[in-house]
Design a binder for this molecule. Structure first.
Ligand code: 4FN
Length: 247
């Protein structure tokens, strides 16, 4: 997979993309990162990339010209690197909320290419927004730039690429991957500040442990994120663990 990011702060993206699972996946060649600064495509002496909004009002808008040039250069680089149909994604508060389902879809084609646009200021000239394939939002809060949302999207995709995780099972057993929150986790010591690890986890009864964890996940999800349960059908076992009837 190849991902190109169009950003006024390429160093921010480059630096963050070096760490952890996503950084290791990159070292393993599972994905490649390209970075494009619209400032490098500005035509005037001051390398201007923003201007005042037509109609007035506070703040600045990213100009279509340099941004369009940077996006074109990114798409050309993708094609030259064996990604014939790059998909352009704009991280935007007006986008569709990102879900793990969408992340899995985007990660499913390991040979795909994505051009990711991160905005700054008040946003991007609408004539450029109109050219993107998809708008994605990471959450309902104000941020100062699209770089961190872009990095969250990239992180979520890269860790799903085949070979990124050392323990191949853990991507499947993630909370959210099966639509439920995680069960509580414990490690040594057995007693911390007077609080003991639940007995069942020390029992060695694997089937009991599996059922306890599933029950914890289900109760936690019902308590804290009932919206997640609403979009999911319960198995008979799950319904029983939540104390529901089968009819
Ligand atoms: N944000 C809101 C409403 C209006 C504006 C914003 C906002 C960064 C370039 C966009 C924000 C949120 C989630 C990108 C927010 C995201 C962004 C995102 C984002 C600078 C213009 C801006 C209703 C969400 C509170 C600034 C809501 N996911 N504007 O934050 O890019 O990806």
């Amino acid at each position: 997979m190849r991902i190109d990011v169009v950003t006024l702060f390429p160093e921010m993206v480059e630096h963050a993309a070096r760490f952890g699972i996503t950084g290791r996946a990159r070292e393993r060649g599972l994905w490649r990162l390209g970075l494009w600064n619209p400032r490098d495509f500005a035509t005037d002496n001051h390398r201007t990339i923003d201007d005042r909004p037509y109609g007035g009002g506070p703040g600045m808008v990213m100009m279509a010209g340099p941004l369009g040039q940077a996006l074109d250069a990114a798409r050309d680089a993708q094609r030259a690197d064996g990604c014939p149909a790059p998909r352009t994604i704009y991280l935007s508060p007006a986008g569709a909320p990102l879900t793990h389902r969408r992340v899995m879809e985007l990660a499913r084609a390991p040979d795909a290419g994505y051009v990711v646009l991160a905005g700054r200021y008040e946003g991007v000239d609408e004539r450029l927004v109109a050219t993107v394939d998809e708008e994605i939002a990471i959450g309902d809060f104000v941020v100062s730039g699209g770089e961190l949302p872009a990095l969250m999207l990239i992180d979520a995709i890269a860790r799903l690429l085949p070979g990124a995780l050392n323990d191949e099972k853990s991507a499947l057993e993630d909370s959210f991957a099966d639509g439920l929150l995680d069960c509580p986790h414990y490690t040594r010591p057995e007693v911390y500040e007077g609080i003991a690890v639940p007995d069942v986890l020390l029992s060695g009864h694997h089937e009991e442990i599996r059922r306890w964890r599933l029950a914890q996940s289900l109760r936690r999800t019902r308590e804290r994120r009932p919206d997640l349960l609403a979009g999911r059908t319960l198995t008979k076992e799950e319904a029983a663990l939540l104390g529901l009837n089968d009819n």
